[in-house]
Design a protein around this ligand. Sequence first.
Ligand SMILES: Cc1cc2nc3c(=O)[nH]c(=O)nc-3n(C[C@H](O)[C@H](O)[C@H](O)COP(=O)(O)O)c2cc1C
Ligand SMILES: [Mn+2]
Length: 509
Amino acid sequence: MKKDVSSLRSTLEYLDAIGELVTTDVEVDPHLEVAAIQKHFDGGAALLFNEVKGYPNARICNNIFASGERVSRLFGVEDPKKFKFRAAEALRNPIPPVEVKDGVCQEVVLTKNFDVWDVVPMISHAETDPGRTLGAGTTVVRGPYFWGGSHIGYNRMNFRGPDFSSFQISPGSHMDQVATHWFRKGPIPVTINIGIPPACTAMAGAGFTYVILPRGCDELGVAGALQGYPVEVVKARTQDAWSIANAEYVIEGYLDTTQKVWESPIAEKEDEQGVHPFHPEWSGYMGKAYRTYKFQATAITHRADRPLYYGLIVHGMDEHFIDGLMREACFLELAERIVPGLCIDTHIPMGMTDWGGVIFQVRKRRARDEGLHRNILTAALSISLGARLGIVVDEDVDIYNIEDILWAMTTRVNPKEDIMTIAEGGFGQTFQPAERASAGERQWTQANIRFAGAMGIDATRPFIYKDAFERARYNVEVVDLAKFYSPDQIRRAKEGQRDYAKFLADRGI
Ligand SMILES: Cc1cc2nc3c(=O)[nH]c(=O)nc-3n(C[C@H](O)[C@H](O)[C@H](O)COP(=O)(O)O)c2cc1C
Ligand SMILES: [Mn+2]
């Protein structure tokens, strides 16, 4: 079957054909059940729910990004470790979106007396959530409101009425830059796009690296380059804004910076921000409810035939790859711009929680390269709000293997000099519990907690002592195991090998 990633539904058809989609026709409750099932299958197959309780015309899907291998395959990249190199190329050579007259996202247009709750099958994530919320919407701002470029990113929303909601904006983010610039200068037109082409999803997750993706950059253009052809956009029906033409649902509206909406009724009642639970976070902690600017919906548009809602959990592999893949590319590009040719790879393991950290791999070429890797490390941890941990390792370390990283840290770090505190007292991110103070909300600032800053670990060996740090090596290549053992014996003898043992055995180290 032909692979077509120009829309979410064509992508699902392809995944179904290659056996990577698991479907159920049993009715699922968007309240807790969708999230619970996705958690069971964290990191596994893509999931499609054909029957959604209360929404006869809707379908829900998720987990499409839960495997790095799958995402890479969608974009024709064979080795998932190489995805970031393709993505970095896309960052450098965007293909601008094209404006089309008609988009399937507008097959049905609701502009009067609509109720978002009746149409969009929002899901609840955890028992402590204030009910179902909209976490799957990606905001698109394009043109004059984004300095001539295009921005796409998620903003969690809680519809507190049929046509208005809260709208969570992380401090420092593009949307924060937009809202700050247009603060009380009138409505800010946006579209909330749901069920979008995978390249747009990958771009929506990328974030918080403004020296690589500055305001005015073309994020939809990068998505276009990633998929190899332009993203199509269509003029919104009720706003001076643009929708992703192939989206499944779009909520048109505007951000009203003169009004505030609370994310949860209990937070509103108690008049307390940053205290009451709201929505699990990427950092792996329960989120907290805030009072946000108001999003006012002016239309819902959607596909006529069983639109798909991409209802995903946060802090799972799905969200990890949505956020992390493009960020690995951004850090690679950052390193390349600071010191061309030094950094050979980047990696963000799940334990670094997407925005929380990054590992750089460098190859020092000569003695005077010494120290340049620390310029990269300190820059990366300073420019990415919320980053907490950065590690640099040499070319002989496997940056995809946490045990090998630990080995490098154990044997190559001089604790006095190689563990650095970076951006001390700087600005962090609301979703790190230790950094919520930086949201500037009084309940937290009152307690005077301010942990922002990052730990930078230089786990590289000094270039001049390279010889002293030569890895011990066994000559695995001198033997042909088949000469000594039957295939069955080899299989049995290797059966108990764990990942790290296998890695060491293969390399003879
Ligand atoms: C499921 C999910 C939910 C997210 N929720 C929010 C949110 O509520 N607010 C926010 O500012 N960013 C949220 N993000 C991150 C944004 O997608 C984006 O990366 C961030 O706003 C920074 O983007 P920017 O670099 O384009 O400014 C979320 C990401 C995902 C994958
Ligand atoms: Mn952006």
